[in-house]
Design a protein around this ligand. Sequence first.
Ligand code: NAD
Length: 488
Amino acid sequence: MGFRLPDVSLPEFAHLIGDSAEAAGTGETFAHVYPASGEVTREIRLASADDVDRAVGAARAAQPAWRAMPGDKRRDLMLRLASVIEARAAEMSPLLSAENGSILLAGPHMSADAAQKFRYFGGWADKLEGRTVPTWGGPAHDYVAYEPYGTIGVIVPWNGPLFAATMVMAPALAAGNCIVLKAPETAPWSIMKLVELIRLAGFPPGVVNLVTGGADVGAAMVEHPGIDKIEFIGSGATAKTILASAARSLKPVGLELGGKSAVLVFADANLQAAAKRGLSGAVSANGQGCVNGTRLLVERAIYEPYVEMLKAMAAHVKVGDPFTMDTIMGPVISEAALDRIHGMVTRGTAEGARVVCGGARMGGDHAGGAFYPVTVLADVAHGSEIARTEVFGPVIVVTPFDSEEEAITLANDTDYGLGAYVHTTDLARAHRVAGQMMAGQVQVNGSGEAMTPCVPFGGMKHSGHGRLGGIEGLREFQQVRNVWINLQ
Ligand code: NAD
């Protein structure tokens, strides 16, 4: 049975092409499943390559006027959108929960975050200045101008579609690009609502276009010659397919991929706070956050008390109905994901990991949904699969270390490089260790607070390249033109 979906008003249209809002695409039919109960929320007629083609045409038709629009007007539209998103947050929250089982408690924060991105980058839209360069040689005037690419194809995952889409759309729009956005068919509702709000805010038709679909729709976007750059947020495996396809047309691709982010807990840390933050790696986004700290490295002197603290805190995490306001963690995305997660946990214990808590599918009321409990595995060997591979479920692994040097070596000995978390009260150590983390974002005594629109976010190594957020995020959607004028 699980926890049934309450009456939620799902968006009317699944696709937006120019000014044409369409409930049905010309592709396959997909039955969207609510993971807390396994019930089908709605059958969606997905987009096809033909719909992608129409969406690209609409974006390209709208782009010259969008680019030419004075920056203050683009700014005002983006600020208006931010206000509309805030005003409609109560409509957005149930859709966020209905699409992937995320907790209702988090909904207002997700809307506030989306609004802040449009505010922050709206603020850049009227400040897209270039620069002049003092030239070498004879008298000349040289300047650098930053230009939009044109049309950006945006492909996002199911775990936080609104978060991921707005992370790309806000800087891309501010820079003067138009957008073809794909909503993932497995979690489509919040993006459909976002696009509805974009229309309401008064954006010109064609500036943002929506196609809802799966891998074939994403592939059609990557192959389409009318898309000037792809921004992809998702798994490394899909990124490789996309890069292979983009290689044929030399299309630029920005990549925000997965992680196995290390959490370094030193003996001098505030243990209570470090345990709460450490546990959030299993709990945040129902354990399915790309930047969750999932690999805990703990100084041996405090190892056992720290593991005990994790266990005690995990017992207080209420897992269940996403629509109940005291629920802290909902289901994972699907039965298939649950089986994959449990398979990894089982292999981890076979490789010597100790189950501190969790480790088996939840029964009783939870049996009808894809519920997996908060799972802490201790004494995990650094080389084991569960220590090296992204689980993307509510599972954290704990490994002891004996020295700062060893902690740094273990933290960096991974293919990934998205986030790193350092817990210490020693300021010199904080700087020393942070400066050696091979990760795109290092948080000292934090567990997610840094994820605001004003700072660059992105990965090193297999976690991707390019940055979203901050001025670096804006630059991802600008091309550079240098102009040299002979003054002789
Ligand atoms: P995924 O790679 O399976 O799918 C991501 C998107 O790509 C979906 O919209 C999917 O339809 C589309 N897609 C699939 N095949 C495609 C193809 N051949 N061509 C074009 N598009 C295609 O990933 P997922 O399972 O949806 O998401 C989970 C992954 O995303 C995890 O690895 C997670 O860490 C990562 N992620 C990263 C960030 C970040 O900012 N770094 C944020 C969220 C999630």
